[in-house]
Design a protein around this ligand. Structure first.
Ligand code: NAP
Length: 231
């Protein structure tokens, strides 16, 4: 039985990923920062809720302790929780805005990964999937022919670029763990007021695929549904 934690799984891409991985036979801990939203979502899927606010060190440590006591190890960690950030024109973004966005999208991933490394190392085939974005790709955001070129979000886009490098550094440091970043594509969720052109089923596809790669899969890469992303 594969034991899996997904952060920010009470809605959107995280919830759909949880639904699909449960369908595939994983034992999923549905992570959410809000207990009521988390419990409701977990009840819909018939799975377990774990309170985890990725910006709160104590909450992250308590979640790791809970899963250590409950399962003793973790096979798959999906770092999905993310925020869109300030949503301001580039010149109006402050240092404090950057800190807030990075606290969830970058530092949050490190907080969670750091706390769960011992449990991942206790797995036979540990896998980490970090949910980045095409907006974090320098190649895509620099190409006027791409839709990503036209989305100027200083804090969000750069946080997702940083997340790809964070993924690559972990992959080199921990060759026994498969660490990959993914881009779900522009997906209709609360994050973008449901403006995204992909459904959550389409968006979650690459997250689910990379969560299931097992010990022989790639590591240190960045993937979307079409394959490796140039970043
Ligand atoms: P969403 O529907 O807004 O879901 C975001 C999830 O993250 C929610 O469950 C939210 O919880 C949770 N979250 C936010 N801050 C958190 C924190 N501090 N601790 C724990 N959970 C937290 O958005 P989504 O589109 O599914 O986004 C999921 C991931 O996909 C994000 O990393 C996003 O950047 C990435 N992504 C999305 C798109 C897209 O087009 N939608 C494209 C590329 C990448 P609450 O309900 O409590 O707020």
């Amino acid at each position: 039985m594969t034991t899996t934690l997904i952060t920010g799984a009470n809605k959107g891409l995280g919830f759909e990923t949880a639904r699909r991985l449960i369908e595939a036979g994983h034992t999923v801990y549905l992570g959410a920062r809000d207990a009521r939203r988390g419990r409701e979502a977990a009840a819909k899927l018939g799975t377990r809720f774990v309170q985890i606010d990725v910006t709160d060190e104590d909450s992250v440590k308590a979640a790791a302790e809970f899963i250590r006591e409950d399962a003793g190890h973790l096979d798959v960690l999906v770092n999905n929780a993310g925020i869109v950030g300030a949503g301001k024109p580039v010149g109006e973004v402050t240092g404090s805005d950057m800190q807030t966005t990075y606290d969830t999208n970058v530092f949050g991933v490190v907080r969670v990964t750091h706390a769960f490394l011992p449990l991942l190392q206790a797995s036979d085939a540990p896998v980490v999937v970090n949910v980045s974005s095409g907006l974090g790709s320098l190649a895509a955001t620099g190409d006027p022919g791409r839709v990503e070129f036209h989305v100027a979000l200083l804090d969000y886009n750069s946080s997702k670029t940083a997340l790809v490098m964070v993924t690559s550094q972990y992959a080199k440091a921990y060759p026994a763990i498969r660490f990959n970043a993914v881009d779900p594509g522009y997906t209709a969720t609360d994050l973008n007021g449901h403006q995204g052109t992909n459904s959550v089923e389409e968006g979650a596809e690459i997250i689910v695929r990379m969560a299931a790669i097992g010990a022989d899969g790639p590591t240190g890469g960045f993937f979307d549904k079409a394959g490796p992303v140039v970043w």
